[in-house]
Every structure is written in structure tokens, then in C-alpha cells.
Write a protein that binds this ligand. Structure first.
Ligand SMILES: [Zn+2]
Length: 482
């Protein structure tokens, strides 16, 4: 009996680790339906003219060989909100807590898992949808020493350096780079996941790893924790200004551990003033792994753009920093010469009234730069933003399903305001509102507010799906709101 057990143990060990037939180091090996059984164990997978079909929740493909440093591509397609995972560094196929997971999910926003294709799950999440269902795409994973890079159609989606003294929640303690198998499996029961083929190139043996010290920076610890909690750490308010390129913005977002929404400034006397310039802007960023935003400037924007063009964007937002007072003076509150405060109390009541008119009539998703006051009044912020005024703004946000931006640049609104809005069930977004290429920062005030107000992932704004855009449902107001 004992001998039998030993024989069995050797057999299992051989099946898992005896990768005599594995891909050669330094060479690219192509694996498809014709040869996959030489390399992988298939469970509940069928061969179709389109490729290997993972139809059921239990369907999986597991390599019979182990790899440590490698470059891999998988040609994949999802249908009808199918979701899956590509797992690597897996040492125990039976455990779902083992190995790093890359998400495969191309469902629309607010549908299925928040994380979309290319997300290095719970380590560096991706919430941006770069592929849609029924479309073939290439998912790439490269592991080189401590560095992990995930690409979708050759665009970098997630990058991460695994530190030596990493700290992980207990349920993902197995997310550690090691010699392990690659697994592709389903993670929900919707639709189908198809694999046309894989390429894998194990790298030749490398000199011993250079340990990377963990970043002990307190901000990065918060960012790591929020990623673990699948908190949608998305800065929806960045601009390609002051020479900042889209590639630089994406790289910066990946370095600080969050996702970006990039917005054009659209309105009177702005670079984008009509449908054709708005279309041009949209197409310059449409293929980039960022959320696509439109910042609606001034109150005249509703007369300049049409709903169909606006609805291409993932989300639209506006602030209450530009409006016309009762004496007909068009004010831009950040410019002292253009701001007229005859009486501070009357000014505040007028400001709150403008916010109410704007957010109840303009079909925006986010109220940006909220509670901003002109420089003359800003020192008295806490006195002027009385509970009654806060509650009027909170009410109009809630009634019109508008998210409240937590603004990193102006450090607005106050923590007290955020706590009050959270208690009322308002959703939040994060926004930097950078003015150039050197002030993107690390969403410091947003991280402080998330921590101090105890915000969780369900408190956060996620863009509406394509069939639920406010501007398509309610149209644009017929008259300027303020
Ligand atoms: Zn802005």
C-alpha cells in the first residue's frame, strides 16, 4: 500500500512538474488546437472552427509545464458578457488563491465585474474597457524577474514590480512570482470564451534576481490596499495640457497605481467648440487605455454640441465656476477681475442656486471642482458653506444622479462635506484637474478623503453603459441654465 502511494505521488508530481515537453527557452512556441494537448491539460474544452471553446463555468486550460520568466500572448474572444482569467505563477491548480490573475472581461460599464480585460487583479486593477465582446484581441503577459507587464492589443494596461517584502491580504497571499503553470479559465457562466491560440517564449536562464525594496511610502501603501479591495481608483479629471502627452499620462497613472480619465475642455472660447472639433478630439484618444471624458465649460456648452457626439464619451462633467449673475455679468470665479461679490451671503445663495439649476438640467455625470469659492471668499469656506447650503447641493446631486468630484488640486470639497454627502448616498469620483504636464500629482487629497470619510468601492462613480447615457435619455436643455 505504501509503495502504491509512493508510485502515485511520483506520477502526480510528474504530471504537474515533469515538463519534459515544455516550450524551449529562448524560443517562441505556438500552441493552438492542433497541438495543445501536447502542452496543456484541457478540462471541459471543445474544438470549434473558430478555436478552443471554453463554454462552461468549469472550463479550463492548464499548461503541463512551468515557467518563471516569459513572454506570452493569447488570442481571445468573448461573447455575451463572458468573463475569464489568465493565471500565471500558479503552483497549485486546485487553489484559486494561487498565482497572479489577469482579468478577461469586455462587458459594458456597470455590467459584470468592475475590472476589465488586462486588469492585474487586486494588484494593479484596470477598469477601462479597451475591447468589446465579439472582437478578437491579443492579451499579452511578460514576466521578467520582479517585473510584470500586461498588454491588450499591444497597449500596456498594467505594470507592476513585485517588491521583496510584499504585504498581501490573506486570500491573495499566493500572488507571488515563482516557477508555475499558466491557466486560462472561466470566471462566470455568461456567454463563451474562445482561444484561437497561444504563443509562449520562456526566457533563457537569468542571473539571480536583484531584490527590489518595497516602496515604504505611505501613499503607496494606501494605493496597494485600495487595489486589493478592488476600489475603483480612477482619476476622471486629467487634461492633456502644457505638453502632457497621452503616453506620459498613461505611464504616470500606472506608476501611481490608478487609472485615468482624460477630458477635453469643451465650450465657448475653448479649443473644442463644436461637433467637428469634439469628434477630432475623441478619435485622437479613442484607442487609448483611458476613460474618455468631456469637460463642459461655461453654461453655453449646451448650445454647441449635439447629443450623439457627446454620447460617444464615457462620461461628461462640469463645474460651477462660470456663470452669469443677476446683473448680467458673466463671471469666471477663478479670475478676480471677473468676479463680483456685492454681498457675500447673497453671492453664496446665488452660487447654490446656479449649482441647483445646472445639475438639475444639464445631463452631466460628475460635478467637478465642487464648492469652489473665489479667492476673496475661500478663507471663510467653512463659515460660508453652511449645513443648509451643503444639503441643497447634496440634494440636487442625489436627485439627478450626479457624482461629486473629490478634487485633488483644490482639495475640495471639505471632508465634512464629503461625509455628509456619503451619508446621503451620493456617489463620488476622483479628479486632479491638472493644469500642465508637471502637476498630475498622486491624488493625495483624494486618498486622504477616501481614508477619512471611509469611502468604499460601492460609493464610487462608474461611467454609464452606452445605452444609458443621460444626454441621450433627457437631451440638452433648451435654455442656458445660468
Ligand atoms: Zn478641468
Amino acid at each position: 500500500m505504501r509503495q502504491f502511494k509512493l508510485f502515485f505521488a511520483i506520477l502526480i508530481t510528474f504530471a504537474f512538474n515533469g515538463c519534459q515537453t515544455g516550450p524551449k527557452k529562448g524560443e517562441v512556441t505556438k500552441i493552438d488546437a492542433s497541438n495543445i494537448e501536447n502542452f496543456c491539460l484541457l478540462h471541459d474544452v471543445s474544438v470549434t472552427p473558430e478555436g478552443l471553446l471554453l463554454k462552461n463555468p468549469s472550463s479550463s486550460i492548464t499548461t503541463q509545464f512551468n515557467v518563471r520568466n516569459f513572454e506570452l500572448t493569447a488570442r481571445l474572444k468573448t461573447t455575451s458578457e463572458a468573463e475569464g482569467l489568465l493565471i500565471f505563477a500558479a503552483t497549485n491548480a486546485a487553489s484559486t488563491a494561487d498565482g497572479y490573475e489577469v482579468r478577461i472581461n469586455n462587458s459594458d460599464y456597470r455590467t459584470g465585474n468592475l475590472q476589465k480585460t488586462g486588469s492585474l487583479s487586486r494588484i494593479r486593477n484596470n477598469f477601462v474597457r479597451t475591447v468589446v465582446d465579439d472582437q478578437w484581441f491579443t492579451l499579452g503577459v511578460t514576466v521578467l524577474r520582479n517585473h510584470i507587464k500586461v498588454t491588450v492589443n499591444e497597449k500596456t494596461i498594467s505594470e507592476y514590480d513585485e517588491p521583496v517584502n510584499r504585504v498581501r491580504a490573506s486570500d491573495i497571499s499566493g500572488r507571488i512570482l515563482t516557477e508555475g503553470r499558466v491557466v486560462i479559465r472561466r470566471s462566470n457562466g455568461n456567454g463563451e470564451l474562445l482561444l484561437e491560440g497561444l504563443t509562449i517564449k520562456p526566457f533563457k536562464d537569468l542571473p539571480a534576481d536583484q531584490p527590489i525594496q518595497a516602496n515604504s511610502d505611505s501613499l503607496m501603501k494606501i494605493v496597494d490596499l485600495l487595489n486589493e479591495q478592488e476600489f475603483p481608483l480612477i482619476d476622471f479629471h486629467t487634461h492633456l495640457k502644457g505638453g502632457l502627452t497621452i503616453d506620459q499620462a498613461i505611464k504616470h497613472a500606472q506608476t501611481i497605481g490608478c487609472n485615468y480619465g482624460v477630458a477635453a475642455n469643451c465650450g465657448l472660447k475653448f479649443p473644442v467648440t463644436n461637433d467637428s472639433t469634439l469628434n477630432v478630439y475623441y478619435h485622437t484618444i479613442s484607442q487609448e487605455p483611458v476613460f474618455k471624458g468631456m469637460q463642459c465649460e461655461g453654461r453655453e456648452w449646451i448650445t454647441l454640441f449635439s447629443p450623439q457626439v457627446i454620447a460617444q464619451f464615457d462620461y461628461i462633467f462640469t463645474d460651477a465656476m462660470t456663470w452669469t449673475d443677476l446683473k448680467g455679468r458673466r463671471m469666471r470665479l477663478w479670475i478676480p477681475e471677473e468676479t463680483f461679490i456685492d454681498d457675500e451671503q447673497k453671492f453664496m445663495d446665488m452660487l447654490v442656486g446656479k449649482i441647483e439649476a445646472e445639475l438639475s438640467q444639464e445631463p452631466v455625470d460628475i460635478h467637478a471642482n465642487p464648492t469652489y469659492l473665489p479667492a476673496k471668499l475661500a478663507p471663510d469656506y467653512d463659515r460660508l458653506w453652511t449645513p443648509e447650503r451643503m444639503d441643497r447641493v447634496i440634494k440636487v446631486l442625489k436627485e439627478n444622479d450626479v457624482a461629486l468630484e473629490i478634487n485633488a488640486r483644490f482639495r475640495l470639497p471639505s471632508i465634512a462635506f464629503i461625509q455628509r454627502a456619503k451619508a446621503a448616498g451620493v456617489k463620488f469620483s476622483l479628479g486632479t484637474n491638472n493644469g500642465s504636464n508637471n502637476d498630475l500629482g498622486r491624488v493625495e487629497y483624494c486618498l486622504k478623503a477616501i481614508t477619512e470619510a471611509g469611502l468604499t468601492k460601492t460609493d464610487m462613480f462608474i461611467p454609464r453603459p452606452a445605452n444609458d447615457k443621460k444626454v441621450l435619455k433627457s437631451g440638452l436643455p433648451s435654455k442656458i441654465t445660468g
